[in-house]
Write a protein that binds this ligand. Structure first.
Ligand SMILES: Nc1nc2c(ncn2[C@@H]2O[C@H](COP(=O)(O)OP(=O)(O)OP(=O)(O)O)[C@@H](O)[C@H]2O)c(=O)[nH]1
Ligand SMILES: [Mg+2]
Length: 218
């Protein structure tokens, strides 16, 4: 059964929902943004957890962004059982970040693909239902675990990185998932796909910078 984990944080006054399948890196990213450290071991999130407020500086090389994280909730569970919780997360968020394991998706993992389709369909419907609530919603798909892909280089201006991005963008499942939310969002372009890794602090810092500062300009 599909398990979902949700966390909502307030980012410079914006509320951010971090969603995605099991093991995609939600707790890791949350821990990085809130505490500046990465969990030592993988502990699957089993139940909703309250998150306190925190101040953080997100750094990437010489660049730094100050962020204040307000209190939020880290929710997990079977999509069918946790419907109310994650629905309310989407309803409250300005920015939705959907994490997926890019190495699994690229390897053709059927579970990752199925969940991507199901999740994006659900998110699209939820956003569409709230189109007239006065909030401008934005979304990005963020591929983690790229460090596990053969030949991965972390420098996003390198030809190898750009080639990988093209391979991922060419995946039909990701294309379909982006279109699942495109109409609901009502923007000209379907949501962006941002690739990286949460394997170590440097990688996590770089990826969060590119997602939250460069892309969403939060
Ligand atoms: N190599 C590598 N490992 C990663 C990356 N992102 C996360 N991980 C690892 O993957 C495992 C799962 O990460 P979590 O952040 O706990 O995943 P989650 O999305 O919270 O998963 P659930 O709570 O089960 O839904 C952890 O061991 C992380 O250290 C990545 O980009 N690269
Ligand atoms: Mg988790």
């Amino acid at each position: 059964m599909a398990l979902w984990d949700w966390l909502v944080i307030a980012f410079s006054g914006k509320r951010v929902a971090i969603l995605g399948p099991r093991g995609a890196g939600k707790t890791t990213m949350h821990s990085w943004l809130r505490e500046g450290s990465l969990p030592e071991v993988y502990r699957p999130t089993h139940q909703a957890t309250k998150l306190g407020s925190a101040r953080r500086v997100v750094e990437s090389g010489r660049r730094a962004a100050k962020v204040t994280l307000k209190a939020g909730t880290d929710v997990t569970g079977d999509a069918m059982n946790d419907l109310t919780a994650w629905r309310s997360v989407i309803a409250q968020s300005d920015v939705t970040v959907y994490l997926f394991d890019a190495s699994l998706l690229l390897a053709g993992d059927p579970a990752q693909r199925r969940q991507l389709m199901r999740d994006s369909g659900f998110i699209g419907r939820e956003i569409a239902d709230r189109r007239r609530d006065g909030r401008t919603r934005r979304m990005a798909f963020v591929g983690t675990h790229c460090d596990l892909i053969d030949g991965y280089v972390a420098d996003c201006s390198a030809p190898e990185f750009i080639a990988l991005q093209q391979r991922v963008l060419a995946l039909q499942s990701l294309e379909d998932a982006r279109w699942n939310v495109h109409d609901a969002l009502g923007h000209d372009e379907p949501p962006a796909v941002i690739l990286g890794s949460l394997r170590d602090p440097d990688a996590a810092s770089d990826l969060s910078y590119r997602v939250f500062k460069q892309h969403f300009e939060l």
